[in-house]
Design a protein around this ligand. Sequence first.
Ligand code: 5AD
Ligand code: SF4
Length: 459
Amino acid sequence: MASPDPQRYHVLTFGCQMNAHDSERITGMLEGRGMVAATDADDADVLVFNTCTIREKPDQKLYDQLKHAKGSKRRRGGAQVIAVGGCLVEAQKDNLLREFPWVDVAFGPGRIHDLGNYLELADGEGAGVGHVPGGGEGFYGIGDERQFASELPTRRDRPHQAWVQISMGCNMKCAYCIVPSVRGREQSRSFPDIVAEVERLAAEGVREVSLLGQNVNSYGNDLPRDGSPRTFAELLRAVDGVDGVDRIRYTSPHPAHMRDDVIAAMAECDAVMPQLHLPLQAGSSRVLKAMRRTYSRERFVGLVEKIRASISDISLSTDIIVGVPGETEAEFLETVEVCREVRFDGAYTFIYSSRTGTEAADMVDSFIPYEEQQRRLAHLIDEVRAIATERHQRFVGTTQPVLVEERSDRKVRQRLHGRTPHNVKVNFEGDAEPGQIVPVDIVHATSESMLGRQLVPAP
Ligand code: 5AD
Ligand code: SF4
């Protein structure tokens, strides 16, 4: 008898790098069950939405797509498992299945393994996927039993680059942020487990690793103080010591936890790249205090000076929110001033979005009108773009070692792109293969990327 066609899956990912990494684990787990990638969402036997809830926009996008999925499931006569995972599940656990009853299974962040358990059960009942065991309540993975996604198999899109999760959750209480309530308390992954994963990745040919956590530089605070290495600085040094890993990056650190030992490790470890994402959020000390960021404008600027004194040509990027409740025009202009002072190489800029359950959500009396938020955002974007363009000019005329990511145009072999040590994207023509590090002459730079020419044929 011919074996049945394998089941097909499709994973749609919203949000941050942590989610993108979780999706690699979801994909790896599904492939471990013998499934193959579907051509699109409608074609999938198992359709997974890995959600984000940090701002309102991704919520809306998801709801629209879930409504679309209702139709595709109906067209398949109900033979489609619709799974929803990630941060929005935790935030909406009381409403999600009521409002979208065609969703079969929901699992919170850190509960990917529960999707596997669910599919296992569905298979075990003999009905194949699509059958909801237990009468369709379909709720898994809400609560405390979180697991590091890194314990699961993975499937990476880029064989030479990998994310490595070092912690989950966050203990900070930023007034605007929903992450602590959906991802839970901070929990550090075991130090030897992280190093072992990096060693495994290096043996598989990975050349660049990015250490991931909501607040990476508070890593280790919850680990036992038994004399064995446990701080983030020690972790950077240990990963730097793994043979074959040429490039180490990490995201995101908290400015308040950026200790001297981390700066020293960055300066001294050859593989730790001269690049740092340091979220500012706002430039006014009054707003920073209201945000509960635990640093002032002066402390942030002082920290940048200290970092630059140790790592002279470091690239700095940041996150900024405009129009938080009560932000005055003068306070917004302080954010612009800090950007001019610090001269970021890039910035992710956001309009404040009120999230139910956060401290800032209660400040309704001081909400800033949306049009005003948009005006501030446009102003800020103009500023950060101009500064980033200027900053990138320092590379024009230099030769940069570029780690080739992939071909920009799959049909044209010579059109490639990759990243410099400072994490600037370079488009260039050459004959290198993805995963190679090749010298590239930089001929032009904008705020977002650069144009280059490969100097010598790839080895
Ligand atoms: N509204 C807008 N932006 C937010 N961020 C976090 N919460 C909110 C919110 N409620 C931004 C912060 C954070 C980035 C990941 O998202 O700048 O660093
Ligand atoms: Fe979105 Fe934040 Fe969750 Fe990432 S951690 S998926 S950005 S809400």
